[in-house]
Design a protein around this ligand. Sequence first.
Ligand SMILES: NC(=O)c1ccc[n+]([C@@H]2O[C@H](COP(=O)([O-])OP(=O)(O)OC[C@H]3O[C@@H](n4cnc5c(N)ncnc54)[C@H](OP(=O)(O)O)[C@@H]3O)[C@@H](O)[C@H]2O)c1
Length: 322
Amino acid sequence: MKQKEILLFGATGQIGRNLIRKLSKSNFKITAVTRNIHTAGIKLKTQANPGYLQLIELKNFDFNKVDALVKNCSICINLVGILYEKKKNHFQLIHTDLPDMLSTLAKKYKIEKFIHLSALGIEKATDSNYALSKLNGEKKIFHNFKNSVILRPSIVYSVDDKFSTNFMTFLSRLPVMPLYYNGDTKFRPIHVIDLVDIICEMIYKKENYSLLECIGPDVLSFKDILNILLEAIDKKRLLIPLPLALARISAKILQLLPRPILTEDQLRLLKYDNIESGLYKTNFDVGLKSSRRFKTEINKYSYNWKSGGQFSNQNRRVKLND
Ligand SMILES: NC(=O)c1ccc[n+]([C@@H]2O[C@H](COP(=O)([O-])OP(=O)(O)OC[C@H]3O[C@@H](n4cnc5c(N)ncnc54)[C@H](OP(=O)(O)O)[C@@H]3O)[C@@H](O)[C@H]2O)c1
């Protein structure tokens, strides 16, 4: 049987790196596209067996160059995404125009499948530019290419993420932590390994689940998540509900940072629960259970933020024995 050629956009991210590891172990040949081959090489080369991973540098999404890549693949996976806009990187370009181009080319070359990562909760968040651009990207894909699979994950976490790790850093350094919308917004965090398993199932499955919401086993409010992280790093902090007017002012200031911690658009998005919509199938509905529990997984790497680091548990045992 001819080995499938996988073309991967957004390979250096949290999901991309974990996906490459699994795909290469399963003997797929992967072509990973990145903006910077030098930094990507360090991150990616160790994820795959020799000969199974080819890196291609594309500074921008030049149509002819992308065309030549899609022409030679059997499956194209798009993991490119941004959380905030900076200079030329607009939501429209990244979340709408790129998926539009890739799905058009997928149709042109009649490739086997196009798998695209969107995001959960975007239909309700009509006042968020991030959500709108993701939704418009999905519409383009459905219009362009019928063999497309769109996956909408809730928050994806792991030791490689920019979510639990960043929050553990904030919680260990700040004496108080603001709660937006009283910390009531609900999430269904999914571990990256569970999500990667779902993406791989989408590659193997003959039938297409055209849109699948990808959720973890726990429903947690933002406040629950912060409390789990605090317990995991053995710290006590004040979690203070921030009035919306103050939250807006803080977002206005924080979005000026080179890597914004919070933008006005993210604040609007935070208003909406990030859980299954009830309108589409979830991974649980199609027998793809995500079993990794948030609290258990966080405890596997939270020691990095504890006093004593990797020896923190040892310290505690010594204290108990004293
Ligand atoms: N992580 C989550 O919690 C989560 C939740 C819901 C949905 N998703 C979606 O899942 C997908 C993958 O997420 P992730 O967490 O793996 O993302 P990530 O860690 O932020 O990585 C995104 C990738 O996109 C590429 N990229 C970013 N800006 C780009 C630009 N301007 N031009 C070209 N490439 C660019 C980067 O590749 P290079 O630097 O190598 O070019 C990077 O590897 C995204 O579409 C994201 O929206 C993620």
